[in-house]
Structure formats: structure tokens, C-alpha cells
Ligand binder design. Structure first.
Ligand SMILES: [Zn+2]
Length: 375
């Protein structure tokens, strides 16, 4: 009898487990999702189909930001998943009217393939709205999503979802444009900007979520999740991490047979460089690396997935040199963006297409459109 009872209990536990669509992240002692299918070999043949693209953007993440983060955070012989890139490329970051870009013009180049002026979001130099890769993806029946650990109204998520002459003007139109964008998933910060739009968000079929618990447990297919009253999402217990948001988004979007396009921004690297805080900068890079692990675990189980990590520009002119201190900033006074080329890391199906290329930021759009067969 006791045996029957315990068997019944196990059965009930299994059934309850199956009813929950959320697979929570199983983490190792470094806080990374446990790596799956390490023996995975990516498909590089020309006829290999890509259905899903996960594009991770490290705001301000130059090659030295990654190198310094490894030195200050990891033990000897430990590496980042960034270091496991199958292929690498380099990106030229300039915008139309300046060698040193801002995040708005840079993200517009990735999202639309058009070089535009400083601080312009989703528009060309004449002020015309530009179609984004998410628009093309939706037309082809793909699902789409945008995630950031900064404000959802910040430059990078905005460039993939709205059109503004200037990122700092008419910001109240950002929620309205995002709600009408048809994009399936928004997850990010600055909830204060979105609270007045809760009804409008729900009217478009989104579940409007403001708690971590709410996000992890929802079964909704359209999600608008906003946290933290400021633009910087902190790591408080009721705020999901970039990796948790990425995991949830992939679970929802991957239910679509026609595939998905997901943009994930680690936005705080740029701010930490601006502040000159090496440790916090390194931790922001690691948050991106943890989200990358989640993306790679999906790519290793789904052979029609390409994962790209890149940066919009470098911030602060981070230098590794001789003497004390050996890590310093070239632009010590201002620590603003610089014009150096930034790295691109490619993983998964057809990642070899990027091998050792030096690409203009607009070419990233062209290549993704071509690989997804959208043009
Ligand atoms: Zn930026």
C-alpha cells in the first residue's frame, strides 16, 4: 500500500511538472545554464536552412572589454562561451555623419541595413521610416522578440521596433509604436514609461507582466514584460536576468514552425565603461555570456539556428598595456564611444559565412536577410 501511494505521488509530481510549460534554467556553480549536447557539430553546407536567428548585442563591447572581463573574473584556464565562437568577424561601426557612432545609428544599421545619422532611430537621413529585419521576418511568418537589460525605450531596442528623428525627442511615442509593431515579445526595463499603456498593450493581445514570477510562469504567446523604474535593470530578486528572459523568449518563440528572430541586448556594458568601473563592466559582459549559453543550448538542439554576438561600438578606449595599472582607459576624461572595429562571434548553422570577414555594420543586416531567405 505504501509503495502504491508513493508511486501515485511520483506520478502526480510528473504530471504537475508536464503541465508547466516553463523549463527553468539548471545552473552550474558559475551561474551558467548547464551545457547541453557538447558533441554538437554545426551545419555549414550552402543548402543548410536557417529558421531561427538569435542576435546578441553587447552595447559598447569591444574586443578589449571581453579580454579584460576574462582577466578580472575568470580563473586560469576558464573561458567564456564568447571564446568558443566557431567563426569570428570584425565590424566597422561608423554612422553616416560621424566616425564615432552612437547606439541609435549603430542599431539602425543592424536592424535595417541603412547607415543613418547620429541619434536617429529606424529612419534614413531624409527622415523616411525604414523597414526592419523584424518586419521582413513577420511577413515571412516568423515570430519576433526584443530583450534588453536596460530600458525598452533605449536606443538599441528602439532601433529594432520604432522610428524617431532623434532618440531623445518624442519618447512618449515609443510605447505606442512598439505596441503596434506586431513584435511578439518585449522584455526589458523602465516600466515607468509603460504603465500608462497597460490597457493598450493588453488590447493588442499581449500579457503585460511586471514581476519575475509572472514572466517565468506565463503561458502567453505574446509577452510585454517591463521591470525596474529606471533604465538600468538591477539584479534584484524580482527582476529576471538576461539569461532568464532569453530562456523564456526562446521557449515561447520556438513553438512557431516558421522560426523566429530574437534580439537580445546586454546594454549595461556601455554604462559601466562610461563610469570607468572595470569590475561592473566585466560582470555586465558575463551577463551577456550567460544569455549566450542559453542561446547556444537551444542552437545545439535545434540544427536550424544561427547565433550571432556583436557590438554596436567600443566605449571608453579600454587599453591593456604595460605598467601600473595595466588596464586603463584611453579616453580617461570622457570615456565615450570610440571608432575602433568591434568583434562579431558566430555559432551554429552557416556561421562559417562570417569567417574572418571585415564587415560594415550595414552588411550584417544584408547577410542575415540572405541567410534567412528573406530577400
Ligand atoms: Zn551603444
Amino acid at each position: 500500500m505504501k509503495k502504491t501511494l508513493s508511486l501515485l505521488l511520483v506520478l502526480i509530481l510528473i504530471l504537475v511538472g508536464c503541465g508547466n510549460t516553463t523549463t527553468s534554467l539548471k545552473l552550474d556553480d558559475r551561474g551558467y545554464a548547464i551545457e547541453t549536447n557538447e558533441k554538437y557539430i554545426s551545419r555549414q553546407e550552402e543548402d543548410a536552412v536557417i529558421k531561427n536567428v538569435i542576435l546578441l548585442i553587447g552595447d559598447g563591447m569591444g574586443a578589449n572589454q571581453v579580454e579584460v572581463s576574462r582577466r578580472v573574473l575568470l580563473k586560469e584556464k576558464e573561458i567564456f562561451d564568447l571564446d568558443k565562437a566557431e567563426y569570428k568577424a570584425e565590424i566597422i561601426t561608423s554612422c553616416l555623419n560621424n566616425d564615432v557612432t552612437d547606439s541609435a545609428a549603430a542599431a539602425t544599421a543592424f536592424a535595417t541595413g541603412v547607415k543613418t545619422n547620429y541619434e536617429v532611430v529606424g529612419k534614413d537621413k531624409e527622415g523616411n521610416d525604414l523597414k526592419t529585419i523584424l518586419d521582413y521576418a513577420q511577413e515571412a511568418g516568423m515570430k519576433t522578440g526584443i530583450i534588453t537589460d536596460k530600458g525598452l525605450d533605449d536606443a538599441t531596442p528602439a532601433a529594432f521596433s520604432v522610428h524617431l528623428e532623434n532618440r531623445y525627442l518624442l519618447q512618449d511615442s515609443i510605447p505606442t509604436q512598439q505596441i503596434d509593431s506586431g513584435i511578439d515579445i518585449f522584455m526589458g526595463g523602465n516600466v515607468a514609461r509603460y504603465l500608462d499603456f497597460a490597457e493598450a498593450i493588453q488590447a493588442k493581445g499581449y500579457e503585460f507582466i511586471t514581476t519575475k514570477e509572472g514572466l517565468l510562469n506565463t503561458k502567453a504567446k505574446k509577452i510585454f514584460a517591463a521591470y525596474s523604474s529606471g533604465r538600468m535593470m538591477n539584479q534584484a530578486s524580482d527582476v529576471p536576468t538576461l539569461a532568464e528572459m532569453t530562456n523564456k523568449a526562446i521557449q515561447v518563440l520556438s513553438q512557431n514552425k516558421r522560426g523566429f528572430f530574437l534580439m537580445v541586448e546586454a546594454g549595461q556594458i556601455d554604462n559601466r565603461c562610461g563610469e570607468g568601473d572595470i569590475i561592473k563592466m566585466a560582470k555586465a559582459v558575463q551577463e551577456l555570456d550567460k544569455a549566450l549559453r542559453v542561446a547556444l543550448n537551444f542552437a545545439r538542439s535545434n540544427k536550424e539556428t544561427l547565433v550571432i554576438v556583436l557590438a554596436d561600438h567600443e566605449t571608453g578606449g579600454l587599453v591593456i598595456g604595460e605598467g601600473e595599472p595595466d588596464i586603463t582607459w584611453f579616453t580617461e576624461a570622457t570615456r565615450y564611444h570610440t571608432a575602433v572595429n568591434v568583434p562579431l562571434y558566430a555559432y551554429g548553422t552557416r556561421s562559417s559565412f562570417f569567417a574572418d570577414k571585415i564587415l560594415d555594420n550595414t552588411e550584417v543586416f544584408e547577410i542575415l536577410m540572405m541567410l534567412l531567405n528573406l530577400k
